[in-house]
Write a protein that binds this ligand. Structure first.
Ligand SMILES: *Cc1c(COP(=O)(O)O)cnc(C)c1O
Length: 387
């Protein structure tokens, strides 16, 4: 193997996909309940996305941000319209989107005269693997061995408004960075008013509210973005994963007083917002719109909730079932990472995160039959495991 050993790979090789199905080198078919970790929301080889990519590839792949890029302008306008934000910056991954957000927080802090601007982050969060974003991440395993970590963060428990309110007299703080629903950290859904309360605290203290919607965005929770379940607006949003359906693209959206804080020379990306990636993202957004996938996600979400609650509620050893849109977490009392291989043997792709949480992030284009198959296979595996 000439690749670095930083990934533990499952013993399967996929060569083709269509919708929620994947085929391996043996021609065996699998149901994908993970979507490449919340990336392929429209499933695999979606014809609209495929056509958009092929057409764009035949015209122009890349010119650089030295020049105007019409697809980038169009994508920025579209994102601004669906979020009510004002400006978009484009990069190539989630971590880079968060790096942009963190740089914005620091610029904003220095504008206010703070020489050590500090960002509040939460326990259990995941924000990426670059030095700043792994520092922001609330998981010691991600940080271990990479010290010295980046300065300028303070950590509080997730879903704990009081802990943040207590920081109000800390004069270094300039922003809060949180996931509206924690993804990698085990599908934690905060209280309904968490974001509203955060917005209030940020307003009172002149802090930026920065939402990491990298996993929760692009329809995953049944709205374009998870914050849209409330009527607040954040100051900064980061997105990536589902935005390009597999074409690498990330974005940082801003509004209000910091909308235009990234002036020429302050930030950039060679590949960011290139014609190809933006074309793919535009095709994704159009498809979600035209196929009414947001309401479909809400429908599917109810189906999963009902299905799993019917099958698993009274099973000893099942701690909690947590569902927001198509972010599904089934927490067991015990470690259960072996379920991933067992599911694979049943031709189903799932994930286990935070050691004890079965995580499902199925594509938004799932059929009812596919949803039912996921529910029954996962329920049976859980019962077997605990029985
Ligand atoms: C995946 C993820 C990231 C990191 O995205 P990369 O594209 O892997 O850099 C950041 N934040 C959240 C919430 C994520 O789920």
């Amino acid at each position: 193997m000439s690749t670095m050993p930083n990934y533990t790979r499952l013993p399967v090789t996929f060569v083709k996909g269509e919708g929620a199905w994947l085929w391996d080198t043996q021609g065996k078919r699998y149901l994908d309940a993970l979507s490449g970790i919340a990336v392929c929301g429209l499933g695999h080889a979606h014809p609209t996305v495929t056509t958009a990519i092929c057409e764009q590839a035949g015209e122009l792949l890349h010119t650089s941000n030295l020049y105007n890029i019409p697809n980038q302008q169009e994508l920025a306008e579209t994102l601004v319209q669906i979020t009510k934000m004002e400006r978009a910056f484009f990069c190539n991954s989630g971590a880079e989107a968060n790096e942009a957000a963190l740089k914005i927080a620091r610029l904003y802090g220095h504008q206010q005269g703070y020489d050590k601007p500090t960002v509040i982050v939460t326990e259990g969060s995941f924000h990426g693997r670059t030095l700043a974003t792994l520092t922001a991440t609330g998981n010691p395993k991600v940080q271990q061995g990479f010290e010295p970590l980046v300065e300028g963060f303070v950590r509080v428990p997730y879903n704990d408004i009081e802990a943040i309110a207590k920081l109000s007299d800390n004069s270094k703080i300039v922003a809060v960075l949180v996931e509206p629903v924690i993804g990698e950290g085990g599908i934690s859904i905060p209280a309904d008013d968490y974001l509203v309360e955060l917005r209030n605290l940020c307003d009172q203290n002149n802090w930026l509210l920065m939402l990491d919607e990298i996993q929760t965005g692009m329809g995953r929770t049944g709205k374009w973005f998870a914050f849209q379940h409330t009527n607040i607006l954040p100051d900064v949003i980061t997105l990536a994963k589902g935005l390009g359906n597999g074409v690498p693209i990330g974005s940082c959206l801003t509004r209000g007083k910091i909308a235009d804080i990234l002036q020429p020379g302050t930030h950039g990306s060679t590949f960011g917002g290139n014609p190809l990636a933006c074309k793919a993202a535009l095709a994704v957004i159009n498809t979600i719109q035209q196929d009414n996938l947001l309401s479909r996600v809400q429908e599917l979400s109810k189906r999963f909730k009902q299905g799993f609650e019917n099958n698993l509620t009274d099973i000893g050893g099942v701690k909690e079932i947590r569902i927001k849109g198509l972010m599904i977490g089934i927490e067991l009392e015990q470690a259960c990472s072996q379920l991933v291989v067992k599911a694979l043997e049943h031709n189903l792709l799932i994930n286990v995160t935070a050691e004890r949480v079965i995580r499902l992030l199925p594509p938004l284009i799932l059929t009812n039959e596919q949803a039912d198959e996921i529910i029954s296979t996962v329920s049976n595996l859980v019962k077997e495991e605990l029985g």
